[in-house]
Design a protein around this ligand. Structure first.
Ligand code: DP6
Length: 336
């Protein structure tokens, strides 16, 4: 068997993708920081065959991953028409613990899409733009995965102010003050449980949601304002928009039918501590949330020491087993 391998990162959205239609078309544009440490490494072994697939997570045969991979290959058959005439052995591992509550779908699907692109290249099939096509394929596996292909930021979904933006693939975005290119993201593991709302169910909640139309419009406006703030290095406006986006995401969940509260009491404790600390010290520290209870603490590299001691002394106590992950803005995938 031949082999190809990629390491692809996760990402954290600043403007949130929440709601989709057709096959993985986002209801609004989104933009994210690409992470450096949280990543999936995937080695794909391939040979001519009959479409047999086996998948190993950390060396263990994991057939429970097969349905997701099969549906990815079905959806991407225009990109990878050769898949049915080959056998694949997929070896994958994540740099972050499975129990950490960090979604591995973005890093995992982008790593797999890149491996499939490398097979396509090896077979001598025509490719216009390797990373654009990889992003498009990754989107079909996981919407947010389309953004993992590029750093330091990536934007997915048509937006008036982002040239070349598309609903089908993400584009690299770096038109920001340098302060944002080395931003820190300390992920506080408030709750280590499995996600209580799958992303399919979650996005589905936006269908028929009474506030959906306004929310989708607001995302466009927030993205415009965020781009200006980031270009100008305006941390205060950056923080206000990013925190509002996080709470809006959770607000949408609370006001959907059925309704969900994914924050835990300790999530709120952390948010209140961050607000109080910022008020008191004036230090630029902000938060965002994913569809879960964990808190991403965002701050400039220049404030790393002071914010880390704040996290240690005041926030760590709200984390499960005192655990958190240190990450920062990264540059995207690497071929191994
Ligand atoms: C809250 O990308 O996980 O993290 O397209 O169904 O795979 P699927 O959804 P997914 O949704 C991510 C939602 C979010 C916000 C974001 O990353 O933009």
């Amino acid at each position: 068997m031949k082999e190809t391998a990629w390491k692809s990162p996760s990402n954290i959205a600043l403007i949130k993708y929440w709601g989709k239609y057709d096959v993985q078309i986002p209801a609004n544009p989104s933009i994210s920081f690409t992470l450096r440490e949280a990543a999936t490494t995937t080695r794909l072994r391939y040979a001519e065959g009959t479409g047999k697939i086996s998948v190993f997570l950390d060396g263990q045969n994991t057939p429970s991953f097969l349905p997701k991979i099969e549906s990815f290959l079905e959806r991407t058959k225009d990109f990878f028409p050769f898949a049915g005439e080959m056998d694949f052995e997929i070896h994958t591992s994540n740099s972050f613990p499975h129990s950490s509550g960090i979604a591995s779908s973005a890093s995992g699907m982008s790593a797999l899409a890149l491996c499939m692109m490398s097979v396509k290249k090896d077979l001598g099939l025509p490719i216009d733009n390797f990373f654009e096509e990889a992003s498009n394929a990754a989107r079909l596996g996981s919407g947010s995965g389309s953004r993992s292909l590029f750093g330091p930021l990536a934007a997915w979904g048509e937006h008036a102010e982002i040239e070349g933006s598309s609903n089908e693939y993400a584009v690299a975005f770096s038109d920001v003050d340098p302060i944002f290119k080395s931003f820190q993201d300390t992920i506080l593991l408030v709750d280590k449980g499995e996600k209580t709302v799958s992303s399919t169910v979650g996005h589905g909640l936006m269908n028929g949601h009474p506030y959906a139309a306004t929310r989708f419009e607001q995302a466009h406006e927030n993205q415009s304002a965020l781009l200006t703030a980031m270009l100008e290095g305006d941390l205060e406006t950056f923080g206000a928009i990013v925190e509002s986006e996080a709470l809006t995401l959770h607000g949408m969940m609370m006001t959907s039918m059925p309704y969900f509260i994914l924050m835990k009491p300790n999530t709120l404790e952390v948010l209140n501590k961050i607000w109080a600390y910022r008020e008191e010290t004036g230090h630029p520290v902000y938060f965002t949330l994913d569809a879960g209870a964990n808190v991403h603490v965002l701050y400039p590299e220049s404030h790393k020491d002071v914010i880390m001691s704040f996290i240690e002394s005041e926030l760590r106590t709200f984390c499960k087993d005192g655990s958190y992950l240190c990450d920062e803005v990264g540059n995207g995938p690497t071929q191994l």
